[in-house]
Ligand binder design. Structure first.
Ligand SMILES: [Zn+2]
Length: 200
């Protein structure tokens, strides 16, 4: 296979990118200066070297020399509240909104109505057990206002059912329009959704 096709196919495997866009990227890169291609190649290579996955919340980071990220190792954050998000980009959106100062857990996906997808169920339960011993009072389900988000929230609620006596479960208030993905929500909307969170 020639390099153009090979790279186009590799790019087409990225989320949201189809074969045509893959090809567009390749032709853009062919016309770009060598320095730009080199920089991109180096950045991709460095992902495997410097970036770690946090052993607590499972987000990817290169902030600390240990596995635990800066949010999980920050003693100033509130141990009483733990937020579940689908993916790293959603966590970043919540951080940008700036009103949340509790802990996080990245589920690592969503569950679809057709039974596809997976979330970190075992690790989620381990984290809740651990944090309950550490003053945890509330879990916030911060999932996208989509059918997958709701389906995933149902599953998390079922997993947490044995803890209901000790744990408040809340979800983001629906300042978030139906169908909206957390990742693309603006800071003001997220702030309102957090303040208006309600028991789930
Ligand atoms: Zn972390």
């Amino acid at each position: 296979m020639d390099h153009i096709d090979e790279l186009a196919r590799a790019l087409a495997r990225l989320p949201g990118i189809g074969p045509r866009q893959g090809k567009r990227f390749v032709y853009y890169l062919l016309s770009a200066p060598t320095s730009e291609r080199t920089k991109l190649a180096e950045l991709i290579l460095s992902l495997g070297k410097d970036v770690r996955q946090c052993s607590e919340c499972f987000r990817f980071h290169n902030e600390t020399t240990t596995n635990v990220c800066r949010y999980c190792s920050d003693h100033g954050r509130d141990d009483a509240i733990l937020m579940f998000v689908e993916k790293d980009q959603d966590l970043s959106a919540i951080e940008r909104a700036g009103t949340y100062h509790g802990r996080y857990f990245v589920l690592g996906g969503v569950l679809t109505l057709s039974g596809k997808g997976a979330i970190r169920e075992k690790e989620l339960l381990q984290m809740v057990e651990k944090r309950l011993g550490n003053g945890l009072k509330e879990v916030v389900l911060a999932l996208s206002a989509t059918s997958e988000g709701e389906h995933t929230a149902d599953r998390v609620r079922a997993l947490l059912a044995p803890y209901r006596d000790h744990l408040k479960i809340s979800e983001l208030g629906r300042g978030l329009a139906t169908g909206s993905e957390l990742e693309y929500s603006d800071a003001q909307t997220l702030r309102a959704a957090l303040i208006n969170r309600r028991e789930a």
